[in-house]
Structures are given as C-alpha cells and as structure tokens.
Ligand binder design. Structure first.
Ligand code: PHE
Length: 450
C-alpha cells in the first residue's frame, strides 16, 4: 500500500521536516492568539493548563498524527482510507481526513484576514506611523483598520494570493528556503522585544500575570480554550501535520523530531507573552483587550525604541511570514486530496481552494464592521468559526487520531514507525493515546459544551 515516497514530493532531510513542521506550528496562534486568549482567560492558571495540554495530549497525538501520515504517504483523506483498509477497520475512519480538510479550509478563511492585519501593520510601521505614538492613538489606528472593510479586504486578498501561489508551486520550491532564514530571525527579534520588556516598568507584573496560578480565574470555558489552543498551535487534529508527515524521510525518529517542534512552538508563544504583557501593564492597558492585544501593544514599544521603525517593520514582516508558513499547511491536506482524487494540477486545485476560502473569509472581514451585530450562537461569524474549528473540530480530530492509532493500527507497525527507543516510554505513549488523551479530550468537550 504505502510506498516510500509521496506523489507530492518529500522533504530533503530531517531538518527540513523540522523546519516545515515548525513553520506550520509557529504562526498567528503563537504570536497573536496565545497572548490574547491568555489575557482573556486570566493569565497564569490558563498558561499552566495550556502547557499541560501540550505535554499530555498535544505531543502524544502529534507523534501519532505524523506517523499515520508517513505510513500512508498520501493526502490525509486517502491515507486514512488506506490505513483503515490495511487494518481491516471501517472505512469510516476516513472521517478524520474529511473533518480535517474542512477545518483547514474554515481556519484558512479567517487566518488570512488576521494575517492581513499583520501585512497592513508592516506598511504602517515602515511609514513611521507609530513613532512616539500614544496609547490612545495606537488603539485608534487599530480600531479604524477594523472599521474599514475595504482595507481589510485588500490585505486579506494579498495574503490569500501569496498563500495559494506557494501551495500551487509545491512546498519545496520556495518556502523551504525562505523559512530556513526567517525562523531564526523571528527568534532573535522576539528576544530583542523580550529584552525591551524586561527593562520596562511592567515586567514583574507581566511576568506574574503569566506565571502565578490563580485557579479561581479558571472557568470550564477557559479549560476548553486552553485545550483547543494546544491543538491549534501545534497544527494538530486536521491533517496538516499528517500531510507533512507524508513527505517525511523514512529513517528519522518521529518522536524525537516532534518533541523539538513542540518545544520551539511553545518557546515562541511564551516569549511573545513575555514581550507583550509587560507593555500592557506599563501602559495601563487591559490584558483582556481581545484580538487587538498584539496590534495595540507592540507598536507602542516600537514607537519608543531607537531603531523602532526598522525593528517594528521587521517584526511584522516576520509575523506575516510565520502566518504564511502556517497557512500553506492549512491548505495542503485538501489541495493534495484534490490532486489525487481528480487528477488535476496543483495550480488548479490551489486556485479553487483559494478562491473559496477567500470568499468565506469575507464573513470574517465583515465581523469587525458591517456585520458586527450578526450573531451565530451569540458569536460574530469570526468568533463562531474560530470556536467551532479550534475548540471542537480539532479536539475531535485529535481524539479520533488517538483512538485509531492506539486501538486499531497494528502495534508492530506503529512501534516501528514512531521511533521511541525506550520500551517504557513507548508504553507510556501508548497508554496516553489509548486512555489518557481520549478521556481528557472527551471530558473537556462534554463539560465545555454543557
Ligand atoms: N499552528 C498554526 C498557528 O499557531 C495554525 C494552524 C492550525 C496551522 C492548524 C495548521 C493547522 O498559527
């Protein structure tokens, strides 16, 4: 069934897989979303639950998802079909692929709009619009961007076109080279910002906000958000990382590789939080400001720094690239499937998906202005799409992946695939997949939804 390579190509080395997977994992989730949901959910205790979810659910499920991908060597939908068949299991397991492809498409639609904000800020930064800016003016630049559907649409379009252009060319051609350079620079810039935050008046307060655990602030909904975000930030549960696993070279340990990716991803999120919260407190802002947090706070810092125009511009360029390397992995599962299923060119498949996701993305564009009163289950279209995908579909996808890998796959095959050298660790991993992760996911989902 599975050959050693995929028809879509493969990563040239283990490092390139790490890079690509990190590129997928590190994105708006880390730099934009993590700080603002931490702020909305009260800080420390939320961070702790998030870290727990990463370690006891995220990493084990990620190892499983990459392994399934490498065993199947096709798009997630066809990989799941093939693996189910080979294990004499129900073909309905392909639902993992279907649900994931749908979630990837839905997320791409709003992801592109938010990434558009970063593009817009890149230009404003370079223009020097934020030099010595006041807290109020920074807030109103953000508010007026959101109030302007035309502006949002333009940047959403630019971002979607870039994403689709890369997906259409295949992953090797451009992106590998770009992220090899960009990811390290992103780390360096986050360090610089962290250094700035360290010297600001709000550092202790910001640090305490993130790391002192006040469990009174933790609601059932915040536990659900923390778990959903663990999936979102690691690109789990929708086949993105499964598709990337399908292009992974044969003789590398999946487990070790996954641990590196998860570590880098978490480090970026924590650094982003440590850069942002001190600025929030030093300027008397609200940590619970919501999706605008990153965009309202960091420009103030750049505006005060010497060399702020250069650093600020670089920063938003890098955020845009981090978003781009994630967005392509959102589109990959469904594009790869269309190529396999309809024998169409990558160009055509990518264009169809891009145009459709762009169209749906307009619902997110309008959520911040002309449709801000339109509510689905009490949420704007953007909030609804985000909640449905991140907090429900991704954990469900993760649950199915854990159950399929833990209970249905042939254990000899799985054992050979994952590359966990120590028998005890392997047993622990299997136990987590079979019991711990599924029980935790189901418990959080049930509690959260009731
Ligand atoms: N992990 C990406 C981020 O944190 C988003 C993403 C989710 C990408 C799911 C692919 C799949 O921004």
């Amino acid at each position: 069934m599975s050959s050693n390579t995929s028809m879509h190509g493969h990563w040239k080395s283990r490092w390139l897989f790490i890079l690509a997977a990190t590129g997928s994992a590190v994105g708006l989730g880390n730099i934009w979303k993590f700080p603002y949901i931490t702020g909305e959910n009260g800080g420390g205790a939320f961070v702790l639950v998030y870290l727990l979810c990463i370690s006891i659910i995220g990493i084990p499920v990620m190892i499983a998802e990459v392994s399934l991908g490498r065993m199947g060597r096709q798009s997630p939908i066809n990989t799941m079909k093939a693996l189910a068949k080979a294990s004499n299991a129900s073909p309905n397991w392909a639902i993992i692929g279907w649900m994931g492809a749908l979630a990837g498409f839905l997320i791409l639609s709003f992801y592109s709009v938010i990434a558009g904000w970063a593009l817009s800020y890149t230009v404003d930064m370079a223009n020097g619009d934020f030099v010595k800016i006041s807290v109020e003016d920074s807030g109103s630049i953000f508010t007026s961007l959101l109030a302007n559907p035309i502006q949002l649409t333009i940047w959403h379009t630019v971002f979607m076109v870039l994403t689709i252009a890369i997906v259409a060319r295949g992953v090797n051609a451009g992106l590998e080279k770009a992220i090899k350079f960009l990811m390290p620079v992103l780390f360096i810039l986050l360090f610089i910002l962290f250094g700035y935050a360290l010297s600001s008046d709000g550092f202790t307060q910001g640090f305490n906000f993130m790391f002192s655990f006040d469990f009174n602030k933790l609601t059932t909904e915040s536990i659900m958000v923390a778990m959903g975000h663990a999936f979102f930030t690691l690109s789990l549960g929708l086949g993105a990382i499964m598709a990337y696993g399908a292009y992974m070279p044969e003789n590398t340990s999946i487990a070790k590789t996954v641990v590196i990716v998860a570590f880098l991803d978490t480090a970026v999120a924590i650094m982003a939080g440590l850069a942002i919260f001190p600025i929030v407190f030093a300027n008397g802002l609200e940590p619970s400001a919501g999706p605008g947090l990153l965009f309202q706070t960091l420009p103030i810092a750049f505006g005060q720094m010497s060399g702020g125009i250069i650093f600020g511009t670089m920063f938003f360029v890098l955020v845009s690239f981090a978003a781009l390397s994630s967005a392509i992995s959102l589109a990959e599962p469904i594009v790869a499937w269309m190529v396999e299923r309809f024998n169409m060119s990558r160009n055509k498949a990518a264009a169809i998906i891009g145009i459709s996701a762009w169209t749906l993305g307009m619902a997110t564009v309008f959520s911040f202005n002309i449709w801000s009163d339109v509510k689905l289950f009490d949420k704007t279209p953007f909030d609804f799409l985000d909640f449905l995908t991140t907090n429900i579909i991704l954990p469900l996808g993760g649950l199915c992946i854990a159950l399929f890998t833990g209970w249905t796959m042939s254990q000899t095959k799985i054992k050979n695939e994952v590359g966990i050298d120590y028998p005890l660790l392997y047993k622990l991993w299997l136990f987590t997949l079979r019991f711990l992760a599924p029980i935790a996911i189901v418990a959080v989902l049930i509690k959260g939804l009731i």
